[in-house]
Design a binder for this molecule. Structure first.
Ligand SMILES: C[S@@+](CC[C@H](N)C(=O)[O-])C[C@H]1O[C@@H](n2cnc3c(N)ncnc32)[C@H](O)[C@@H]1O
Length: 248
């Protein structure tokens, strides 16, 4: 991934995006992995979607989410790995995603699911959520929030809690920086069991691992894997979440 884009590609960001993801002028995506991912979302959104579709969430993470909720907000929804699980859980689901190419893919998926009336899809960022105070009973984000200011940070967590109703839940699915979240009152849950990245074919497993997990590509090719154990990739599987119930 780190060698996929060059400084010239940073021009794909809007001025607002560049200010957030490359604040000191056009950065070098060969040295800045976060910047390289932001370029992937904008330059090759379908490629990103193929990866995210293979990295499925642990079913117990999905089961843990409340059902029959009046209003849900998801932030940093990408192409909808979690969103598609939320559609039937909320009477009104608001989805915030800053990258236009990812919003386009997600809009297509929501339409294909036949539920466009339930979902409001908006541009926005963790630290500038386009919703009033106390407006969602579940505020959730999956594989998007980090303590870095460009990807949430202190201001982003405060914003998520601002729009969450009293007694509602803020949940960070597939979190990193657990200590940072624990220090802010977030409880941690992890669900056991073997987990695999479920590529559509062995061929796709080889193709995508060469891009995203080059250190594992040789083993995947040798073993003929389509389903790749997360351990072989050296990444933490999407089996966990951190959450806070706000005071009523
Ligand atoms: C790894 S993707 C995860 C997408 C999706 N939630 C999923 O699980 O497939 C990270 C997402 O966070 C979004 N993102 C990055 N910075 C953000 C910010 N400051 N505020 C909101 N979303 C952001 C990206 O556009 C991208 O969709």
């Amino acid at each position: 991934m780190l060698d996929r884009y060059t400084r010239a590609d940073v021009g794909a960001l809007t001025p607002d995006e560049a200010g957030r993801f490359s604040p000191d002028g056009p950065g070098d995506p060969r040295k800045d992995a976060d910047l390289a991912w932001e370029l992937l979302y904008r330059l090759e959104p379908e490629l990103y979607d193929r990866l995210a579709s293979a990295e499925r969430l642990h079913p117990e993470v999905v089961n843990w989410l409340p059902r029959d909720v009046d209003s849900i907000l998801e932030v940093g929804a990408g192409t909808g790995r979690l969103t598609m699980e939320l559609i039937d859980r909320g009477q009104q689901v608001t989805v915030v995603e800053p990258a236009l190419p990812l919003r386009r893919i997600l809009r297509r998926k929501i339409a294909a699911a036949g539920r466009p009336e339930r979902v409001r899809l908006l541009p926005g960022y963790f630290d500038q959520l386009p919703l009033p105070d106390d407006s969602a009973s579940l505020v959730v984000s999956c594989s998007a929030f980090t303590p870095e200011p460009g990807h949430g940070g202190e201001a982003g967590l405060t914003e998520m809690e601002r729009v969450c109703k009293p007694g509602g839940r803020v949940a960070i699915v597939w979190p990193n920086h657990l200590d940072w979240l624990a220090a802010r009152g977030y409880r941690y849950l992890s669900f056991p069991g073997p987990m695999f990245v479920e590529f559509r074919s062995h061929r796709e497993a080889v193709e995508l691992s060469e891009i995203f997990y080059p250190q594992a590509a040789g083993e995947i090719r040798r073993r003929g894997w389509r389903r790749v154990p997360f351990e072989a990739l050296g990444v933490n599987p999407p089996r966990d979440l951190a959450y806070k119930v706000l005071a009523s």
